[in-house]
Design a protein around this ligand. Structure first.
Ligand code: NI
Length: 178
């Protein structure tokens, strides 16, 4: 397994509509393994293929991991691989959740999402599956599936809030330059 490079805002690949996967084969499984390893290494709860420079409809999530006390390392909880994920139902109710993104480092903001969603996808073995998720897990799924359509969480903010966040991102990058 190997760690994959992260692509950050405003890289154009993050704005492309990703292509559906035709077959779940060994090569894709290796990529899924690398994505999960990269997600854990970067302390993410979800990762979409465009974020590692691959314009395919693939996401990995783990909304059930727990942070370890001392090392700060995440303990794997319930990793999930979703190929060609598609929201087939969502609740009317929405929730507000504070989101961040590995492609927009050091920032976060409240985003309104559907409280529950049902998602159809192919699993690691290429079998068709459906999951119904609520609250945090539903938020992570919506955030990652957005990435496959070239949408970032900052697109859900008001123009004013987005501009403020992008200013903070610029400062953050300046202060983290080596
Ligand atoms: Ni993200």
């Amino acid at each position: 397994m190997s760690l994959l490079p992260l692509f950050e805002y405003p890289h154009p690949i993050l704005r492309q509509k990703a292509k559906p996967v035709e077959t779940v084969d060994e090569e894709l499984r290796r990529f899924l393994d690398d994505m999960l390893e990269t997600m854990y290494a970067d302390k993410g709860v979800g990762l979409a293929a465009p974020q590692v420079g691959v314009s395919k409809r693939v996401i990995v999530i783990d909304a059930h991991q727990h942070e370890e006390d001392e090392s700060g390392d995440f303990r794997p909880g319930q990793p999930m691989y979703l190929v060609n994920p598609e929201i087939v139902w969502h609740s009317e109710e929405t929730i507000l959740f504070c989101e961040g993104c590995l492609s927009v480092p050091g920032q976060n903001a409240d985003v309104e999402r559907f409280q529950s969603v049902r998602v159809k996808y192919l699993d690691y073995d290429g079998n068709s599956q459906e999951i119904e998720a609520s609250d945090y897990e539903a938020v992570v799924l919506q955030h990652e599936i957005d990435h496959l359509d070239g949408i970032l969480y900052i697109d859900h903010l008001s123009r004013l809030k987005r501009d403020m966040l992008l200013k903070k991102l610029k400062k953050y990058r300046e202060s983290h330059e080596k």
